[in-house]
Design a protein around this ligand. Sequence first.
Ligand code: PFF
Length: 449
Amino acid sequence: MSSNRDGFSSTFGVLAATLGSAVGLGNIWKFPYLTGSNGGAGFLLVYLLATLLVGLPVMIAEIAIGRAARGDAVSAFERLRPGRGWGMIGVMGLLAALLIMAFYSEVAGWVFAYVAKAAAGGLLSSDPKLLSDAFGALVADPVSALMWQWVVLALVGGILSFGVSRGIEAVTKRLMPILFLLLVLICVRGLTLPGASAGLAFLFSPDFSKITPAVVLVAVGLAFFKLSIGMGTMVTYGSYFRADQNIPMTATRVMLADLTVSMLAGIAIFPAVFAFGFKPEAGPSLVFITIPAVFAGMPGGAFFMVAFFVLTAFAALGAMLSIVEVPVAVIAERFGLKRWQAALISVGVIGAVGSLAALSGSLTADWKLFGLNPFDLFDFVSSNLLLPAGGILIALFVGHSWGRGAWLRELSNDGALANQALAGALFVLVRWVSPVLIALVMLKGLGAF
Ligand code: PFF
């Protein structure tokens, strides 16, 4: 079962692939826009706490489950504790993967469209009205919204069916340091703009009155979304981990690197938001209207802007490959289909549901459930409900079914690592703290008490 399973070939490869899943539009697009619309520094603080107390332990749990079971997101749970229905965690994960891809592929489509726009020499302006109109026109046009989403999905489906995702990951891995450098450059540029300090104050000096239960729920949802956890992605990736890989260490490194990229994106964006007079609470459009303004007055700005959107597109691609890998692995392994067949089915279903999200700026704008259009609904339900609920179940699975002995064995690589104390402490976190904390945040955030 495990001997002929494809796997990551080196320790660095594991780190890079896991990081490739974590780093994506979550850092460049979602983190800044949520920080902007939820009050800034206070939100950031809660997000950091959620990442440490809940995100990291659940991430370690997922990877450990995947590696111990060497199975996909559904069968892993069934293999470790057969016949108890835990496989439903994976089924929920499939639903989360579908909903996330439904809107993520659309945002990736906007990034692709911006590559084209930037390359054609448009967008070089710091006029807030012109930039928000340009973004608004893209979202409101059903044809281009759908077209760009489907370009993205065809690309993801193609890469997965030809089995060249390793090749893409190799490319992405090399490009990510460049994205990192470019973000540093944008930070420098942003920080030297007149009025930049208001942006830093927004990002770093908390106003505690803005931290409401609903804001805390969004921060926890972001922590899950960011680390690609709560839906079986890290179970699936964990199943490709080598037996001698240090799981807690790898997860911690990925978390730190991922946080660094988000912080850079924040420092790149907020000074400019304030310097140019944009609104931090602009919502999903924030990055798309702010970044062009940063580049507008800068030497070589046109070139750097194209580079920025191209690199962001690659980061998005790495994350999307890991999301769609969840259904592809399940479909291929369960039904004995070829990978290309599983990829085709997955992308087809995502395209059908995702169209509703893509059209949320036009045709389906008024299709509201709980006051949310399809785009916002898919985002809310996946990030703030399904992922945290998945996190609770994964923590309960480890803490109350799989058990301490198996956990300690897996985290210490069968005793090869001297990390018993750490693993023991993590077990307490996963068994009691994480599930209770997530449940309280969810109930309170949804207004249950
Ligand atoms: N972590 C990715 C990001 O922040 O862009 C998004 C993501 C990837 C979410 C994989 C969930 C997932 F399973």
